[in-house]
Design a protein around this ligand. Structure first.
Ligand code: NAP
Length: 248
């Protein structure tokens, strides 16, 4: 993968921080051009773009709230105009909502989580799939919450990721004959800002002793699995849900 136009192009939603940022930088190291979507932290997104460019690939960041369908369509138009056709997608942007018991969860907050984690992710994949060709691939970022259930913390979030697993299996089968692969990664407890955003900044260190491997994972450890599933090393892997959770 040397000349710019021959490189694959990966779009990463929520690529400015955490798991998405780690995926962006590892993708650049692996020879992909990179489109970094972000919602509000432009300076974090620019810093990810700088890291990507230091690996000799093309990279740009794009502001788009991927819970908004019109913003998704504008995002793809902007990416295509600037970097070309999206060949690979990491459907990563996601939120938990405020950690707490189900009983007191605000309906608007639950709706925002579903709008982004489910509807937004599905609409991003739909737009991407329309321009994908044989050999291209999608990785959806799910969660170990799909089987843990997240009782007392965010059961609505666990439900949203369960929907993503079902979507991954169905879309994989629908696109398989075109040789477009669709897989998901289920991270366990990963040390990123998502826990603070949900109102529990110390969550990763607090829960680490309860993980079989006795520690939280890093965003890089998730990125390595994502890059494997995007790559031709996974050429016969589709409809798979890869758990990366330290045994949890
Ligand atoms: P994070 O550190 O909180 O980063 C979230 C990223 O998503 C940021 O780049 C943020 O952009 C972006 N984002 C948020 N809302 C968005 C929207 N409406 N439109 C576009 N981008 C948006 O989160 P993370 O821990 O890396 O999580 C990434 C994914 O992994 C999520 O799907 C999450 O559910 C999943 N996951 C995480 C864990 C974990 O323990 N961390 C475990 C399982 C699954 P700004 O920088 O602009 O705010």
């Amino acid at each position: 993968m040397s000349a710019g136009l021959s490189r694959p192009l990966v779009l990463i939603t929520g690529g400015s921080r955490g798991i998405g940022a780690a995926c962006a930088i590892l993708a650049a190291q692996s020879g992909y051009d990179v489109a970094v979507d972000f919602k509000s932290d432009a300076s974090a997104a620019r810093s990810v773009v700088d890291s990507c460019r230091s690996h000799g690939v093309r990279a740009e960041c794009f502001q788009a709230d991927v819970a908004d369908h019109q913003a998704i369509l504008r995002l793809f138009d902007a990416v295509t105009a600037s970097l070309g056709r999206v060949t690979h997608l990491v459907n990563n942007a996601g939120i938990t909502g405020k950690i707490g018991a189900f009983d007191s969860a605000e309906p608007d907050m639950i709706r925002r989580v579903i709008d982004l984690n489910v509807t937004g992710a599905i609409l991003v994949a739909q737009r991407a799939a329309r321009e994908m060709r044989s050999g291209d691939a999608i990785v959806n970022i799910s969660s170990a919450a799909t089987t843990l259930g997240s009782a007392g913390e965010y059961v609505w979030y666990a439900a949203s990721k369960g929907a993503i697993n079902a979507f991954t299996i169905g879309l994989a089968r629908e696109l398989a004959a075109q040789n477009i692969r669709v897989n998901a990664v289920e991270p366990g407890l990963i040390d990123t800002d998502i826990h603070a955003a949900g109102g529990s900044p110390g969550r990763a260190s607090r829960l680490a002793p309860h993980i079989p491997m006795q520690r939280a994972g890093s965003a890089d450890e998730i990125a390595r699995s994502v890059l494997y599933l995007l790559s031709s090393a996974a050429s016969y892997v589709t409809g798979s849900i890869l758990r990366v959770s330290g045994g949890r």
